[in-house]
Unconditional design. Structure first.
Length: 177
């Protein structure tokens, strides 16, 4: 039987601890051949806090981890009996494997976002923002255009009573109100 991806429900906030605990249990029970990977789906996000750009990690599916494994009675019990695990995503009593293409998509997105962090906040045309950095710091304005592929935003700010279009990076603005 080949390894398949399964979604395991955990206590929210304990995903990394469950991953480490499960990996340790797999080693202790000598079951490495039945498991190939345990993943906490995360993405890198960028935010500006007090004028400093910070990159942090955010869980994509809080309360869930992905396990690439061969399912049998022994592996099921090993996962199920891991502290802070509440169970597999299942149909009645049988865990349902995640289609390979869906798992590959999640892992591919994680890799992409590790290289190109996404902004922690999303913006839409019409949002009110405050510029937090650069020559327009402390100016307020309205979002006119969002270009997520470039990580940029065009904001209309009032300079000497005239509306002026300014292009800024996501991390140089913050939503107001």
């Amino acid at each position: 039987m080949k390894h398949k991806w399964y979604i395991v429900h955990t206590y929210s906030g304990f995903e990394n601890k469950v991953k480490l605990s499960l990996e340790e249990r797999i080693r202790q029970h000598g079951m490495e051949k039945y498991f190939s990977e345990v993943v906490v789906p995360t993405e890198k996000v960028v935010e500006v806090f007090k004028g400093e750009k910070r990159t942090s990690s955010r869980k994509v599916f809080p309360g869930y981890i992905l396990v690439h494994m061969e399912l049998n009675d022994y592996t099921w019990h090993l996962v199920q009996d891991t502290p802070k695990v509440t169970g597999f995503i299942s149909s009645l009593q049988n865990p349902v494997p995640l289609p390979d293409k869906d798992a590959e998509k999640i892992i591919h997105q994680m890799e992409e976002r590790r290289l190109t962090p996404i902004p922690k906040h999303s913006y839409e045309k019409g949002d009110h923002v405050t510029v937090t950095d650069g020559p327009f710091a402390n100016f307020t304005g309205v979002v006119d255009e969002v270009r997520p592929e470039k990580g940029k935003i065009r904001v209309l700010v009032s300079i000497f009573g005239r509306s002026t279009s300014v292009e800024l990076e996501f991390q140089h603005v913050q939503k107001t109100g």
